[in-house]
Design a protein around this ligand. Structure first.
Ligand SMILES: N[C@@H](CCC(=O)N[C@@H](CS)C(=O)NCC(=O)O)C(=O)O
Length: 216
């Protein structure tokens, strides 16, 4: 398998794809793509990029091209035996897959107002009102998941697909010091310290490509 990803500091969707590949336990080759380079505009229309919505992450496996974090999880879930991403209890699974899909499709104001930079800390950031509404919704989703299914993760006892989808939000809320309810903030602290998330952040520290518009 080949996983195409971009810069670790800033590429929130790459983080999700990479976490999914690691969680599958399957061997994969990581291909770094510079989506901020001048040549990207031409490259993004070609080969796997053209087929994969011109965006990373993309998983290429056995002749298939898979894009979008949830679709990559679905592919890897089937390939790794169906036990590593979603809870087996039906109500927990329904909630986990629903909130993961909500994340995949939404929260644009938060994503725009608080770009991911997993190497930085910007306390005192003013969150825009529409992004505040996203934070309130995310806080409710996290709290409810943990209250209903017992935590410590969004699907219950095991870290999985919903945690992967929200990993970049966890990073953003940490970077911008966004205020959350105690239950959600405890989840945020646990999730940023998850070993795979910590591995990604440690590797981001070695990157030398810095973009001024994400470094305030
Ligand atoms: N919904 C997509 C979003 C992918 C996405 O927006 N990726 C960004 C990097 S975080 C990208 O490739 N940007 C380059 C471009 O749009 O040209 C997914 O789940 O993978």
């Amino acid at each position: 398998m080949k996983l195409y990803i971009a810069n670790r500091r800033y590429s929130s969707w790459s983080l999700r794809g990479w976490l999914a590949a690691k969680q599958s336990g399957l061997p994969f080759e990581e291909v770094m793509v510079d989506i901020y380079a001048d040549g990207w505009a031409a490259q993004k229309t070609e080969g796997v990029f053209g087929e994969g919505n011109s965006r990373v992450p993309i998983l290429e496996d056995d002749g298939a091209v898979v894009w979008n974090a949830l679709a990559i999880i679905d592919w890897l879930d089937r390939k790794s035996g169906g036990t590593k991403f979603w809870p087996t209890e039906p109500k927990a699974r329904a909630f986990a897959t629903s909130i993961a899909a909500e994340m995949q499709a939404g929260f644009l104001p938060l994503r725009q107002n608080c770009p991911m930079n997993c190497m930085r800390h910007y306390p005192g950031w003013t969150v825009a009102p529409d992004a505040e509404a996203d934070v309130a919704r995310i806080d409710w989703l996290w709290r409810t998941a943990i209250e209903r299914f017992g935590g410590p993760w969004l699907g219950g006892a095991e870290w999985g697909g919903a945690d992967i989808l929200f990993s970049a939000v966890v990073s953003r809320l940490t970077t911008y010091d966004v205020k959350l309810s105690p239950l959600s903030d405890a989840y945020r602290a646990r999730a940023i310290a998850h070993p795979l998330v910590a591995e990604w952040i440690a590797a981001a520290a070695d990157e030398t490509r810095l973009l001024p518009h994400y470094e305030f």
